[in-house]
Design a protein around this ligand. Structure first.
Ligand SMILES: Cc1cc2nc3c(=O)[nH]c(=O)nc-3n(C[C@H](O)[C@H](O)[C@H](O)COP(=O)(O)OP(=O)(O)OC[C@H]3O[C@@H](n4cnc5c(N)ncnc54)[C@H](O)[C@@H]3O)c2cc1C
Length: 707
């Protein structure tokens, strides 16, 4: 077809007026569709934001912080193609990450708030840029394991940004099994120093964020060796680079590990130590110390106390993952209300969007309920952590294993759910979701990593299961397991709930409790029956059953926290806000029990606890909830207060003007800009391949192509 023919067809297809692209305008624009969807909300969005952030004041702090950082980084103009979608090589990406990190770090420092510890992938001060780990891992580890003197020395330096920290544990040969790390720190009595070495290929430190080029100091986890004796792994502060010229110090080789699926704004790196020397005082000595003459002493509770140190990092990851999932869902929901496709579009005067398709709003609303469930569970675990800290300050460590179990379970559940759900959000945006400018690939890929770092998820489930099995073996059940009625529970028990009674959260809790109790009991019975093979082998053999038990106990915790949070909403809140959150609690619970999209559904029915009729009732209730919640979809995502700049998505801007923005950004892509300077020809492609190719030539592989 000739170009002229095509334009004739296009002009016939046009309706009324023309927009800035010379293309016909539809009867209703995307911004009007967005406005109409937003106006359907049954509640005041700003009130829900107050619940998400904790108070009206917290919402204001959050908004102001984003405004300041986005203005200082020049990212507020959404007609400009965001830098990350230009032609960035590895170095450019890292530089961009550094710039973002600097803006967020300075803002946090100047304003003394923690906004950038959580709230979006774009500015978050954790793993996405090189300046986050100082606050998230480096300083907290020193505060946990350092003496008062060490804390007094290192905290002001790291807090003020005078040094940049990282946390170096993982090696190329081992990560999960910390006790097996191979890096050595040998005490040299003569010079009063530790000598750090990477004795094998597998001991090379590999993965730590900011290790490659950006951190000046790191905490190295290495085996402490005095004379012939190996005292196991300990934490050492190692200065990596000179503060004058940023060159690596003697005996240290550092580098970047290359492009990753996401997190390319930071320099996950490697380190090879070859007789690098640090003063003895750089061993973190609160729970284990080495004297000038090489005598080693350790605190009797060292292991337990160190255990607690992992919790803060996990807490940040759980909260971040809830926010990142909400980001993905904000984009997908906004896109869904302005995207028209299929037969609904053909109905006269219809403004129906893909949101009106059952499968689309079912998936979106179910996942929105999961984002809220994740957030409220993270708030509950935060309170448990604060409580633990208070108790530990008074020498009481009795809640440590409980809090550790909660965090391990939530870390595994929230991150895995967020990663899967964000990927579904991407799919819900069809082909456009696959574009980098949708903002979704970055969110999906960074959430994928959360399943691995700070405790690989399946290893986390094993830790939850181990707690549960210990609880079952104890003389009396721990408080959080008191819902397990008897060691033989589960046999021939039936649920008697029906119809709309499935909407009572007490009934839903009862169903979750039954499932967890049954699975935990069954796992325990299996373990007991095969005792004698050694605890580790025995658990390994039954890991699949233990995993189901651990997930069920964690999902019960999530439902309980979600319900408690909603129940505790102040009476001064408008009733509509509580009503919408109550619908979400119900939807979360019911879709976990009976949804073709939820992998754990089978565990609610496999013992015959629920009948087919009851499953039918549950589905009917889900349908009603979806109808009630659909008008609130936009408001439920708006309430997380993501700015357009922090979403960095052509599909997810608040105004809904998707196609305009897509074309506006796409025309600014360097490939298109360069081609337009060459009469719309991609010059290298034409000259090197196409010209010969269409003439039938096979061409030679040129030097340039080989490079
Ligand atoms: C983006 C990113 C950032 C990171 N940042 C840092 C950092 O700042 N500092 C740092 O030190 N490290 C960092 N890491 C490394 C990270 O902490 C490790 O990759 C993680 O702990 C998993 O360990 P691994 O790679 O050894 O996996 P492995 O333990 O080898 O896991 C591979 C598989 O084996 C399974 N497996 C392992 N052990 C068991 C077991 N006992 N029972 C059953 N199954 C098992 C796991 O479930 C998994 O499926 C980072 C990693 C990523 C991806």
């Amino acid at each position: 077809m000739k170009g002229d023919d095509r334009s004739d067809n296009a002009s016939q297809a046009r309706g009324g007026g023309e927009d800035s692209h010379g293309v016909g305008k539809p009867a209703i624009t995307q911004t009007q569709m967005m406005e109409s969807a937003r106006n359907q909300a049954t509640f005041d969005t700003s009130k829900l934001s107050e619940i998400i952030f904790g108070s009206p004041e917290a919402v204001k702090i959050h908004k102001k912080a984003f405004q300041r950082v986005e203005e200082s980084t020049g990212t507020t103009d959404m007609s400009k193609l965001p830098a990350r979608y230009g032609n960035m090589n590895r170095e450019d990406m890292l530089l961009e990450g550094l710039r973002a990190g600097r803006a967020a770090f300075h803002d946090s420092l100047d304003n003394g708030d923690s906004t950038f510890r959580y709230h979006t992938q774009e500015w978050v001060l954790t793993n996405s840029n090189p300046l986050g780990l100082t606050e998230v891992l480096f300083r907290p580890m020193i505060e946990l394991q350092g003496t008062a003197e060490q804390i007094a020395y290192w905290t002001p330096l790291s807090r003020s940004g005078k040094i940049i920290g990282s946390y170096t544990q993982t090696e190329i040969g081992q990560g999960t099994f910390v006790a097996g790390l191979e890096t050595t720190a040998v005490f040299d009595k003569r010079t009063d120093e530790f000598v750090i070495n990477s004795p094998t290929l597998s001991s090379i430190k590999f993965w730590p964020g900011a290790l490659g080029y950006m951190s000046s100091h790191t905490i190295v986890i290495a085996r402490l060796i005095i004379g012939e004796k190996d005292y196991g792994v300990h934490a050492f502060i190692v200065q990596l680079r000179s503060l004058k010229d940023w060159k690596p110090l003697p005996g240290i080789e550092l580098g970047d590990i290359g492009l990753k699926m996401a997190y390319n704004g930071t320099d996950n790196g490697y380190a090879v130590f070859n007789n690098a020397r640090i003063p003895r005082s750089n061993l973190l000595m609160r729970f284990a110390s080495v004297s000038r003459d090489g005598a080693y002493t350790t605190h009797p509770l060292r292991e337990k106390l160190l255990y607690g140190g992992m919790l803060k990092g996990r807490l940040a990851i759980i909260r971040n993952s809830a926010f990142q999932l909400a980001q993905a869902l904000t984009i997908a929901t906004r896109y869904s209300v302005v995207r028209r496709q299929g037969h609904k579009q053909l109905q006269q005067n219809s403004v129906a969007s893909i949101m009106s398709y059952k499968l689309q709003h079912y998936r979106l609303l179910m996942l929105i309920s999961r984002a809220y469930a994740s957030l409220f569970a993270s708030l509950a675990s935060d309170s448990a952590y604060q409580e633990l800290q208070k108790q530990q300050a008074n020498g009481d460590h009795s809640s440590l294993s409980y809090t550790h179990m909660v965090m391990a379970g939530l870390k595994a559940w929230v991150t895995a759910n967020a990663a899967d759900a964000a990927e579904d959000a991407r799919k819900m945006c069809g082909g456009h979701g696959y574009l980098m400018i949708s903002g979704l690939p970055e969110i999906v890929n960074s959430l994928a990593a959360t399943c691995t770092f700070e405790g690989e998820n399946y290893v986390m489930w094993k830790q939850v299961a181990s707690y549960l099995m210990k609880g079952m073996a104890a003389r009396s059940l721990p408080k959080d397991m008191a819902y397990i009625p008897s060691p033989t529970y589960g046999k021939r028990v039936r649920c008697h709930v029906s119809g709309v009674d499935f909407l009572h959260v007490d009934n839903l809790l009862y169903i979750f409790q039954h499932r967890a109790a049954r699975l935990i009991t069954e796992a325990y019975q299996l373990l007991r029956a095969s005792r004698g093979k050694g605890a580790v082998q025995n658990e390994d053999r039954h890991d699949v059953v233990l995993l189901s038990a651990a997930k069920a106990h964690t999902e019960l915790y999530i439902l309980q926290s979600f319900r408690e949070h909603v129940t505790s909403i102040s009476g001064s809140m408008p009733t509509e806000v509580k009503a919408v959150l109550t619908r979400l609690v119900r939807l979360f619970a019911l879709t976990t029990i009976a949804s073709p999209l939820c992998s754990s559904s089978a565990s609610f029915v496999e013992d015959g606890f629920l009948t087919l009729n009851q499953l039918g009732d549950i589905r009917t209730n889900i349908d009603h909830l979806l109808e009630e919640l659909q008008p609130d979809a936009i408001a439920l995502t708006d309430a997380w207060e993501f700015t357009d700049a922090s979403l960095t998505s052509a599909l997810g801007c608040k105004d809904g003007d998707v196609y305009e923005r897509m074309m506006c950004w796409i025309r600014q892509l360097p490939i298109n800009v360069h081609a337009s300077e060459n009469d719309s020809v991609f010059r290298d492609g034409w000259e090197e391949v196409i010209r010969d190719f269409i003439a039938g030539g096979r061409g030679n592989v040129t030097e340039k192509a080989r490079l």
